[in-house]
Design a protein around this ligand. Structure first.
Ligand SMILES: Nc1ncnc2c1ncn2[C@@H]1O[C@H](COP(=O)(O)OP(=O)(O)OP(=O)(O)O)[C@@H](O)[C@H]1O
Length: 237
């Protein structure tokens, strides 16, 4: 389970997160929606131990990232698909990750297959990958240790329709096997199709949470999203 409790983050005069609380239960996909600058990446970076909260907490299985005993087995993260060194091959990236986790080389082949990268693609330098291929590699890297929680920031960016279909199936299978999946996206329809629950934020504040049907209120998620985010903009204007 992933939990954000009264999480706030301030960057000098910007309140990137303001008292945000929500839970990502084990065995579910939670879609994290918000317009540009809403605070999604900030919340995910804090959860991954890359940034400190001003107040509140973000925990995986009850512990902050720094307190996890075996982080690679507990939470997998994909925060920036383009963060890998362009000169390394996909296989090298995964092999380094597998070595850090003490996993056998065979796990690299399993993961390449899981994310749909061929042996030839795995041997190519990441600098020559399309964004969709980088997303697949990043998802594979996050899954190396078969973690119990998964945090993906905009993983659908750059994926083609087949790729999006594949990712939807993968996330569903992971959740069905007990994983807590948190997924941020701008693609409302995509999220609607895969998420069991949706959390909406705007201007650093929690705007709504519930199932897609509850939030869509019969008129569609997009309408609710547009109204709530516009109201958040007005209240802080
Ligand atoms: N390192 C930083 N220094 C100063 N301000 C920052 C920093 N990181 C984020 N911010 C600000 O915090 C706010 C939230 O940004 P964040 O990147 O978390 O939003 P987001 O919801 O992920 O946006 P997007 O959908 O565009 O990726 C924005 O106003 C952003 O400018």
């Amino acid at each position: 389970m992933i939990e954000f409790q009264r999480l706030s983050k301030r960057y000098s005069d910007v309140k990137a997160l303001d008292d945000v609380s929500f839970t990502v239960p084990a065995g579910s996909v939670t879609g994290f929606l918000g317009p540009n600058g809403a605070g999604k990446s900030t919340a995910m970076r804090i959860l991954a131990g890359l940034s400190r909260p001003t107040s509140g907490s973000a925990t995986v299985l009850g512990r902050p990232y720094a307190g996890l005993e075996r982080p690679g087995y507990e939470v997998g993260t994909l925060l920036d698909a383009s963060a890998q060194h362009p000169g390394r091959s996909g296989r090298e990236v995964l092999t380094l990750g597998a070595m850090m986790l003490g996993l056998p080389r065979s796990r690299v082949d399993d993961v390449l297959e899981l994310v749909g990268l061929t042996g030839k693609e795995g041997r190519r330098a990441v600098g020559g990958y399309s964004l969709g291929m980088r997303q697949r590699l990043g998802i594979g890297h996050a899954l190396l240790g078969r973690p119990r929680a998964l945090v993906l920031d905009e993983p659908a960016n750059g994926l083609d329709p087949q790729g999006i279909h594949w990712m939807r199936g993968l996330l569903r299978d992971l959740a069905d096997s007990g994983c807590a999946v948190l997924l941020s996206s701008h693609l409302l329809h995509e999220v609607e199709q895969v998420a069991d629950r949706i959390v909406m934020i705007g201007r650093g504040r929690l705007l709504a949470q519930g199932t897609p049907a509850e939030l869509g209120q019969g008129r569609g998620l997009e309408q609710t999203f547009l109204e709530l985010t516009a109201a958040a903009d007005r209240s802080l204007a």
